[in-house]
Design a protein around this ligand. Structure first.
Ligand code: GAR
Length: 203
């Protein structure tokens, strides 16, 4: 099979980044992690990337005059490295047409709720506060809106009676660490088709 090159975008702890690295290192996911893109130089994901010897593009958004300005630099990195797929794994920024244009259909995001419920930040806390009995995780294509692109896969997670955001977050993260590598594998194996908002997966 041809090499399949991915870039991972993350802003925080990077447990999803780590889940992908682990699957690659165990030989369970046949992709090459070409780049970590991170908008917070102090984020723990930067340490994880160093440890895994993944090249990085780390930047501070406030040093640029616009989103488009730093995204143009990111795009240059992605094109130079012939990146096939962008994986947003806890990247807490809206993406503009600079990236959505060239990468629509080749850019995915993981979100900690059953979209379209609870988009944006604090999805786990909001599900607990609202009192829903089930929430979950979603992997979707990125379309430039807020967690709004076509949905590829979802997994439900029960909310227990005395649940806290912390206890729920643990089970949400465990579900994410399985689902995100799984969807990357499907894309790598060309099993995913897109027709408007509807996504088909050949299992
Ligand atoms: C994950 O739970 C991911 O779903 C969420 O950020 C967390 C990152 O965790 N993303 C969003 O809320 C996007 N709207 P991690 O840094 O440990 O992978």
């Amino acid at each position: 099979m041809q090499p399949y090159r991915i870039a991972i975008f993350a802003s925080g702890s990077g447990s999803n980044f780590q889940a992908i690295v682990d699957q690659v290192q165990k030989g369970k996911l046949d992709v090459s992690i070409e780049l970590l893109v991170c908008d917070r130089p102090k984020a723990y994901v930067v340490e994880r990337a160093k440890e895994a010897k993944v090249p990085m593009f780390v930047f501070s958004p406030k040093e640029y005059e616009s989103r488009e300005a730093y995204e143009a630099l990111i795009l240059k990195e992605l094109v130079e490295r012939q990146v096939d797929l962008i994986v947003m794994a806890g990247y807490m920024r809206i993406i503009t047409d600079v990236l959505v244009g060239p990468y629509f259909g080749r850019m995915i995001n993981i979100h900690p709720s059953l979209l379209p419920s609870f988009p944006g930040v604090r999805a786990i806390e909001q599900a607990v506060e609202y009192g829903v009995k089930q929430t979950g995780v979603t992997v979707h294509f990125v379309d430039g809106g807020l967690d709004s692109g076509p949905i590829i896969a979802q997994r439900a997670v029960e909310i227990h009676e005395h649940e806290t955001a912390e206890s729920l977050a643990e089970r949400i993260h465990a579900a994410e660490h399985v689902l995100l590598p799984q969807v990357i594998r499907w894309l790598r194996e060309d099993r995913v088709s897109l027709d408007g908002r509807r996504v088909g997966v050949r299992l």
